[in-house]
Design a protein around this ligand. Structure first.
Ligand SMILES: [Zn+2]
Length: 153
């Protein structure tokens, strides 16, 4: 059972060490959302905003977070969705769901970071090609040099 059925979004720069229950702290500076677990256990739930973690929607009044928040690593095993400030309880996690989520998360991260890494390494990928062209030019030069030296002989 959720003790907090609704959260009050609070846009902050830094998240206070002592979390007020029922408050959804949103820090755009740090790209993270933090709240005290909605079941009332008092555990700090951190949901980083990244392309592979959570996304936030703010319509000027209420905040939604996607995907769901599954605290399978907390004793309470809470699982809920925050939609329009409201806390919608989701089914309890079972081992299968946790495994599926972990592999989905790993896969998404691997895919995303691979893409980022390959984008970053694209300029340096030009090097082997340059070297190749260089050696081809060199090879051609030495070919003509050889011909030339043969003609001159
Ligand atoms: Zn909890």
């Amino acid at each position: 059972m959720m003790r907090y059925k609704e959260l009050e979004p609070r846009f902050v720069t830094t998240v206070p060490r002592q979390l007020e229950p029922g408050v959804l702290y949103v820090s755009m500076e740090y790209g993270t959302v933090v709240h005290s677990c909605c079941c009332g256990c008092g555990e700090k739930v951190v949901t980083p905003l990244t392309p592979t973690d959570w996304s936030i929607t703010f319509n000027g009044e209420s905040v939604s977070l996607w995907p769901s928040i599954g605290s399978w690593n907390l004793p309470c095993q809470s699982h809920y969705v925050i939609k329009g400030n409201r806390v919608l309880e989701s089914g309890r996690w079972n081992r299968q769901m946790i495994d599926a989520e972990i592999s989905r998360d790993n896969e998404a991260k691997a895919k995303y970071y691979k893409r980022t890494v390959s984008n970053e390494t694209e300029p340096s990928l030009a090097h082997p090609i340059d070297i190749e062209t260089g050696s081809q030019t060199y090879a051609r030069q030495s070919f003509w040099k050889t011909i030339l030296s043969r003609l001159l002989r």
